[in-house]
Write a protein that binds this ligand. Structure first.
Ligand code: CAA
Length: 390
């Protein structure tokens, strides 16, 4: 079967609270220019008390189910590094909240921020094998670092839902992929911790080494030359990282890089991430959403994708934007998910930073705060209780 396979629909949602970097800078002592220019971040989304990776993912996926129905969905892949359970896949809760049929396989995937790209590639392979089937790929994360740590300014929260099918309406996924794995302790979160541990400078160096490694492998597998690629969507732990990565890629590919042209190519991929913050697995696909929503002349253009997951695994691949893609976009809903967030001040932020559920599994009710369609209403007998908001 040689039909094109790729992203047929894409929808994202984010947390219901927002802290601006202008407000953060008043309390951390850092200049706001460091955040706005140095990191390329303006604001960060935070989850409300009754939101988590499940509610955000269900909220992102609901419009896709509404548009395409469930008849062809055979598999739901849920990528996250903000897992809520060591055993049960978060996707099973989403399956239930969206009333999906029982004849579907559901599984969770993890390799830091790379997990969603693994899910996308596995989905493409499944669909290639059985072209009548579709796969729902969900990527949902809450990036949370210690208070007063350097990583704090790069927090964020979002979920992306993508429907993968043959003859996609948005982006066809090409082969080959350039792959890179290297064992490095740049960023990790032991099971006993709610916040990530990170060696910031080491993580940036590891990311750039992975750009180089994945690109070399992509070329060795006879991938496209850099000139054929209009722009590259990068994983964006903070948006400045994408600009640094692109300069590094052009250097690696032996292209004389004009700084203005580089900035011009990358800027349209950063609009959502700069006001949402890091969303780990979802970040790369928010970069794609930003580009598709912002640019109106991408018909038949080839885009590059660079996915990086600390620890580390990386992949470079390309996709062809399907002519007519604009008719399928969800730009208005995306902007609405961002604008409906409730602005909180620094003191409120400190209070909500980590809102743990009781670790003895005792009964606990959560206030209704979410702006989304699903909520975590509380905990009972060691079980999370979810509900649709009517
Ligand atoms: N005006 C303009 N720019 C300023 C400035 C000012 N007043 N003050 C500082 N800056 C610039 C700095 O020059 C620097 O830019 P360059 O790197 O281009 O020189 C930038 O602002 C950041 O300043 P610092 O390096 O001093 O910042 P920091 O020590 O606070 O650390 C960080 C930055 C390492 C990214 C930290 O936020 C961090 O640890 N973040 C979490 C880890 C992370 O995001 N790593 C990225 C790669 S790993 C990955 O991608 C996986 C993942 O999702 C985590």
């Amino acid at each position: 079967n040689d039909r094109a396979v790729g992203i047929h629909d894409l929808s994202f949602r984010t947390g219901s609270l927002v802290l601006t970097h202008a407000e953060l800078s008043k309390h951390t002592g850092a200049s706001v220019a460091k955040y706005h220019k140095g990191l390329g971040q303006q604001a960060m989304s935070l989850p409300a008390a009754d939101e988590d990776i499940v509610t955000m993912a269900a909220d992102a996926a609901a419009p896709i189910i509404e548009r395409h129905g469930t008849d062809r969905i055979c598999t739901l892949l849920f990528a996250t590094e903000t897992s809520i359970d060591q055993s049960k896949a978060a996707g099973v809760y989403v399956h239930s909240l969206l009333n999906l049929p029982s004849n579907i396989r559901v599984v969770e995937l993890k390799q830091a921020c790379y997990g969603a790209t693994a899910a996308l590639q596995f989905a493409a392979a499944l669909v290639q094998r059985e072209p009548e089937q579709q796969v729902l790929v969900l990527a949902s994360d809450i990036a949370c670092y210690d208070l007063d740590s350097p990583g704090e300014a790069t927090q964020g929260a979002a979920a992306v839902a993508m429907l993968v099918s043959v003859d996609p309406s948005l982006v066809e996924i090409n082969t080959p992929s350039g792959l890179y794995t290297h064992d490095v302790m740049d960023f990790w979160r032991p099971n006993y911790r709610a916040t990530a541990l990170v060696n910031g400078k080491k993580s940036m160096a590891a990311y750039l080494a992975a750009v180089e490694g994945a690109w070399h492998d992509y070329q060795a597998r006879e991938g496209l030359s850099i000139e054929k690629i209009r722009t590259v969507c990068y994983h964006q732990p903070f948006t400045r990282m994408a600009f640094k990565a692109h300069r590094h890629l052009l250097d690696t590919a032996g292209v004389e890089a004009d700084a203005t042209a580089t900035d011009h190519a990358i800027a349209p991929t950063t609009h959502y991430n700069e006001i949402i913050g890091n969303s780990y697995t979802a970040s790369l696909y928010l970069a794609l959403a930003s580009l598709l929503d912002a640019e109106d002349e991408l018909d038949a253009e080839t885009l590059g994708f660079f996915s990086y997951g600390s620890g580390s695994v990386a992949e470079f691949f390309t996709g062809r934007v399907v002519p007519g893609y604009r008719a399928q976009l969800r730009t208005t809903a995306h902007l609405e998910a961002i604008s409906r967030r409730r602005d909180i001040d620094y003191n409120a932020y400190r209070r909500v930073h980590t809102q743990p559920l009781p670790d003895d599994g005792s009964q606990h009710r959560l206030p209704h705060q979410t702006q989304g369609s699903f909520r975590l209403s509380g905990m009972e007998d060691h079980q999370r209780i979810y509900e649709a908001v009517h």
